[in-house]
Ligand binder design. Structure first.
Ligand SMILES: *[C@@H]1O[C@H](CO)[C@@H](O)[C@H](O)[C@H]1NC(C)=O
Ligand SMILES: *[C@@H]1O[C@H](CO)[C@@H](O)[C@H](O)[C@H]1NC(C)=O
Ligand SMILES: *[C@@H]1O[C@H](CO)[C@@H](O)[C@H](O)[C@H]1NC(C)=O
Ligand SMILES: *[C@@H]1O[C@H](CO)[C@@H](O)[C@H](O)[C@H]1NC(C)=O
Ligand SMILES: *[C@@H]1O[C@H](CO)[C@@H](O)[C@H](O)[C@H]1NC(C)=O
Ligand SMILES: *[C@@H]1O[C@H](CO)[C@@H](O)[C@H](O)[C@H]1NC(C)=O
Ligand SMILES: *[C@@H]1O[C@H](CO)[C@@H](O)[C@H](O)[C@H]1NC(C)=O
Ligand SMILES: *[C@@H]1O[C@H](CO)[C@@H](O)[C@H](O)[C@H]1NC(C)=O
Ligand SMILES: *[C@@H]1O[C@H](CO)[C@@H](O)[C@H](O)[C@H]1NC(C)=O
Length: 416
């Protein structure tokens, strides 16, 4: 009798106690909502917060997370025009996304001990001109920094990453990184007009799309396991002394107005297409002394007087070169590689075109016709490859890649 009564009672008490404990464990929540410094003070019995920290849009001006060492979840702050300082001098790790967006008053972002985050997504931070990340973020899988007032990215210095997308930071003038390996996409686009980019340690990269930069240094780069495209940059020279191959993608340089000299002395094979177009200052192509194999088409449009590809002996797609200048000597050499139907030895498998003195070479090269099939194959295959890889990454980088890709295809289409 007694036991019959007491057991359910005990069980009920135990059940209540468990429920109460998990509901009130101050350090484990689905979401920690923070609107004030007092809300943070209430969490300081925890050195680790397990769950997502969401900061509201009506908050104190200063929010200091010192005392919290680890956020095992996301840290999110969106659409807030009251906060001016977000900081912590003890937080070392945020395992999820560090997401800051649409913050027009945030001028101090200081996480002096932070070294590891799951991903960084900082968009539309229009008042912040400097990062105070003294220890420096060494680990982040994906990084998006877009539409900020930052003039450098010091303190964001990862050695490996999936995606890095740096766009529309109009004051950004230097970006130096010890990145060694990037497995998805590097996109740099529409930043400050005098942006100097330097990756002294970069060895291996999947895809890269680089636009509007004034210098781009990759002295150690060995492999591009996808495409590299350079559109509308301001540099006069591009040099990748150690690059030996691009595995599947394209190599393209389009509308780089000051570019005179491209030197890739060790490059032996390009997996996809090879496009050089509308770099009107470039009169010579002679920096590809070892290039043997091109898996797609070769397409060149410009103000050339001399084009040399002395090692070339295998082009799977078309060969289509048009110049405003006289390249008849170069054409005579390339003609020997044309398909046998065009009188050559067949090293070039697609159709062969080589044309001098076409004033429309940069603007309206439809005059030549013949190669639109192969070159559009080249660009669409690189587009879908990048798209697939991009889909694993943050939405914004996929979108900006798609935009870039479309813009690039449009430019190419316009040029054909
Ligand atoms: C501010 O946050 C509240 C509560 O989450 C939300 O309902 C409101 O839409 C937000 N306002 C803005 C401008 O995002
Ligand atoms: C940005 O945040 C402000 C409030 O600070 C809000 O009024 C505005 O709608 C937000 N803009 C966007 C694009 O979400
Ligand atoms: C870079 O990372 C990829 C993917 O993890 C790997 O296959 C490749 O070997 C790495 N390259 C270097 C130089 O570490
Ligand atoms: C930046 O590059 C894009 C192509 O990616 C181009 O359309 C745009 O005109 C360039 N902007 C400047 C200022 O060069
Ligand atoms: C370029 O490659 C050579 C030979 O593999 C190597 O000795 C040299 O250190 C590399 N250069 C850089 C800057 O990594
Ligand atoms: C390199 O590119 C090839 C072809 O796209 C792909 O199959 C492979 O997975 C890539 N390697 C890495 C390590 O991403
Ligand atoms: C050629 O490049 C210039 C910038 O150097 C650009 O203004 C022009 O639109 C480009 N032409 C085409 C057809 O893309
Ligand atoms: C082109 O650049 C390479 C590497 O920077 C350099 O060695 C070469 O002399 C340059 N050529 C011309 C014609 O300026
Ligand atoms: C390129 O060629 C076109 C057509 O001949 C000419 O109008 C233009 O001035 C040339 N540009 C340069 C930089 O030489």
């Amino acid at each position: 009798m007694f036991s019959k009564l007491i057991l359910p009672a005990l069980a009920a008490t135990a059940g209540l106690a468990t429920a109460a404990k998990s509901a009130s464990d101050p350090c484990k929540q689905t979401t920690f909502t923070v609107n004030s410094q007092a809300d943070i003070s209430n969490l300081l019995s925890c050195t680790t917060l397990t769950g997502d920290v969401v900061i509201g849009n009506q908050t104190d001006a200063t929010l200091d997370f010192t005392g919290i060492n680890v956020i095992d979840g996301d840290l999110t702050l969106l659409n807030n025009n009251m906060v001016s300082t977000l900081k912590s001098s003890s937080t070392t790790k945020i395992t999820g996304a560090f997401h800051l967006q649409n913050l027009t008053t945030l001028s101090t972002l200081a996480f002096t001990e932070l070294t590891s985050v799951g991903s960084i997504n900082w968009v539309s931070l229009t008042a912040i001109d400097v990062l105070t990340f003294t220890a420096g973020i060494k680990t982040a899988e994906n990084i998006v920094v877009s539409d900020t007032f930052l003039s450098n990215l010091d303190g964001l210095d990862v050695v490996s990453a999936g995606t890095i997308d740096i766009n529309n930071n109009h004051r950004l003038v230097t970006y130096t990184s010890s990145l060694a390996n990037l497995t998805n996409l590097l996109n740099i686009n529409a930043n400050g007009l005098n942006l100097q980019v330097s990756f002294p340690d970069l060895i291996w990269i999947a895809d890269m799309t680089i636009s509007n930069v004034s210098s781009f240094s990759v002295p150690a780069l060995r492999t591009v396991n996808g495409s590299m495209r350079f559109d509308s940059n301001f540099f006069t020279t591009f040099n990748a002394p150690n690059l030996t191959s691009t595995t599947t993608g394209d190599v393209s340089f389009v509308s780089n107005a000051q570019l005179k000299n491209i030197t890739l002395p060790q490059l032996t094979s390009i997996g996809g297409g090879f496009l050089i177009a509308n770099n009107t200052a470039q009169d010579q192509i002679n920096g590809f002394g070892k290039l043997k194999t091109v898996g797609g088409a070769i397409n060149m449009r410009g103000n050339f007087t001399d084009i040399e590809l002395p090692a070339l002996n295998d082009v799977k797609g078309a060969f289509d070169i048009v110049s405003t200048g006289d390249i008849s000597d170069s054409c005579a050499t390339f003609k020997k590689l044309a398909p046998s139907s065009q009188g050559g030895n067949g090293d070039i498998q697609g159709s062969y075109t080589c044309q001098s003195n076409n004033a429309q070479a940069n603007s309206n090269p439809t005059a030549t016709g013949s190669s639109s099939g192969s070159s559009s194959t080249g660009s669409s295959s690189s587009g879908s490859g990048s798209g697939n890889k991009g889909s694993a990454a943050a939405g914004i980088s996929v979108n900006s890649l798609a935009v870039l890709g479309l813009a690039g295809v449009a430019v190419i289409a316009q040029m054909l």
